[in-house]
Design a protein around this ligand. Structure first.
Ligand SMILES: Cc1cc2nc3c(=O)[nH]c(=O)nc-3n(C[C@H](O)[C@H](O)[C@H](O)COP(=O)(O)O)c2cc1C
Length: 207
């Protein structure tokens, strides 16, 4: 909470999930940072960064999978391995930056999603409603860059997946900025990226 000229202003906690594998070289990271810059102008957000490349994320397989089954069976939702799910579930807003890989997103982001999809933390199920999301966030924003131009293509499966996941987790609003054609050399990549960066900043200011 911030006090501004005698007015108490609630700050919202934004979880920024960085899956920009190429790090400093990543154009997607530039988009993500532009969005955060736009948020910073508003002074009503605090940003918690989660850089997936620095996390000990493990895919669900073998003993790691079996441990999850056991913990869920015993209702042990406070186990440390569920920390990512709790962090995700309690954020006011979610921002994700990930490049377009193999028609979707990098596997690292999918592994993270496996780790946060935990019944009783991010989603639940009952007889009346079936599956329903229980995350606190009201909005999710996704930033991506693509080598080709997929704006009109049914082959683009990153945005639909992220939109569906937002719904699955109970997050009502989903939006995105994508920069297309960065590797096509039809238009200079810095021009495409510059346009997307301005769009990301503008969108953040009204998000
Ligand atoms: C492993 C890998 C897979 C990729 N798959 C695709 C793809 O399926 N379609 C495409 O248009 N571009 C693909 N690209 C190109 C990237 O989408 C593009 O270069 C993007 O801007 C990379 O973002 P970055 O600069 O943040 O790393 C791929 C790049 C890599 C490294």
């Amino acid at each position: 909470m911030r006090r501004l000229s005698g007015v108490l202003r609630m700050t919202k906690n934004v979880l920024y999930i960085d899956c920009c594998i190429r790090g400093e070289e990543s154009r997607t990271r530039q988009l993500g940072e532009a969005f955060l810059f736009g948020l910073a102008i508003r002074e009503t957000f605090t940003v918690e960064r989660l850089t997936l490349m620095e996390e000990p994320l493990i895919p669900l397989a073998g003993d790691f999978f079996l441990q999850r089954e056991r913990l869920l069976e015993n209702g042990e939702l406070s186990h440390p391995r569920f920390r990512y799910a709790h962090q995700f579930a309690s954020a006011d807003r979610i921002v994700i930056a990930a490049p377009f890989w193999d028609l979707s997103v990098p596997a690292l982001l999918k592994i993270y999603i496996e780790n946060i999809s935990v019944q009783g933390i991010t989603f639940d199920v009952d007889e009346d409603m079936g599956l329903f999301g229980i995350c606190r966030a009201e909005k999710m924003f996704f930033l991506t860059t693509r080598g080709g131009d997929y704006r009109q293509s049914p082959l683009e499966t990153g945005i639909p997946m992220m939109r569906n996941l937002a719904t699955f987790f109970g997050i009502k609003e989903f939006d995105y900025v994508a920069a297309d054609g960065l590797d096509l050399l039809i238009e200079p990549p810095e021009v495409i990226l510059g346009r997307a960066i301005r769009e990301a900043q503008d969108r953040a200011v009204v998000w």
